[in-house]
Design a protein around this ligand. Sequence first.
Ligand SMILES: *Cc1c(COP(=O)(O)O)cnc(C)c1O
Length: 382
Amino acid sequence: MPATLAALAKKHLYRRRRVVEGPAGRELVVEGRRLLNFCSNDYLGLAADPRVCAAFKAGVDRWGVGSGASHLVSGHTAAHQQLEVALADFTGRPRALLFGSGYAANVGALSALLGPRDQVFEDRLNHASLLDGGWLSRANFDWYAHADTADLASRLGAVQSERRKLIVSDGTFSMDGDLCPLDRLVDLARQHAAWLMIDDAHGFGVHGAQGCGVVDPARHDCSDVPVLVGTLGKAFGTAGAFVAGSETLIETLIQRSRHYIYTTAMPAAMAVATLESLRIALAEEWRRTRLAGHIARFRQGAAQLGLQLLPSATPIQPVIIGAAGATMDIGAALEARGVLVGAIRPPTVPAGTARLRITFSALHESADIDRLLAALAESTTT
Ligand SMILES: *Cc1c(COP(=O)(O)O)cnc(C)c1O
């Protein structure tokens, strides 16, 4: 064991946690220092919103803290039920089902829906929970080049037609910030009689009309995208996740998903808080408008600095550095200048593509973006 840890350290891949001393916000207090926060997924700035906090407290007063049991025993309260109905409505699906986390939702759904006689196709850059779910399901696993629908089409064509097939993709890719080629995926799924599962953890609340996400229910219903996953810990600022789809899909998951059955229900108060954050996310369009302004300002400034951006129009803006060591050094230099960004290394991203992962929030001000750009100018040229 110690040898393995030493080897990680030598490759600049050793991970350390930081102790944060305040709520997620525009700034973070980390080990006694106040830093501008460009590394949280709280895109709409709802994680510490006073109305969401008040709803959470009211939920605790009404329901207590712990749910006491799994959903199937006695942990499924009227608050959970109300949130599931609201999420079904929000996604334009007949039903939605709450899970304790996005990780559990993905592994739980994939392992319940697939078996050894099935075939799963995953985008190479899918989130770890989607890849793990595909592997754990014991289905025949195939992965296609990132967002490459020609590659996917040839792999689909190579599989016996009687096998059940599921195509799985992130909606918004968590480390690159780009969107999946949704319309092409829908077409391919239809041509090859495959199912399509989209996990839009980073898109809900952020994209589209009223933050409906990458899968706009007005354009793509359940027959186009039968399995839709979202998480609550990102733009909605709370915790947990959901799968949305048909009555049959949801009932199948309730009967068969071990990650749903054998785990304690999320606190009911969390469902109450999430109902409030969902209401705010739908109503306050200015949050998305402001985010779009920050993204444009950053991309223009970063291009002027000659930084290597990716084609992302989302609040996830990677700056590719390449080597893990150099990425860590630049991250530390930014931090010395009061700016906190994510420094992402393999195996989270492919070798040679270590990067700064910069994320924006509706809580940022334009001057914060300028401060970030100035710090990047100083930190990347030394
Ligand atoms: C964050 C994320 C998850 C995991 O969600 P948690 O609720 O944090 O467990 C799943 N899928 C994608 C694409 C994510 O970005």
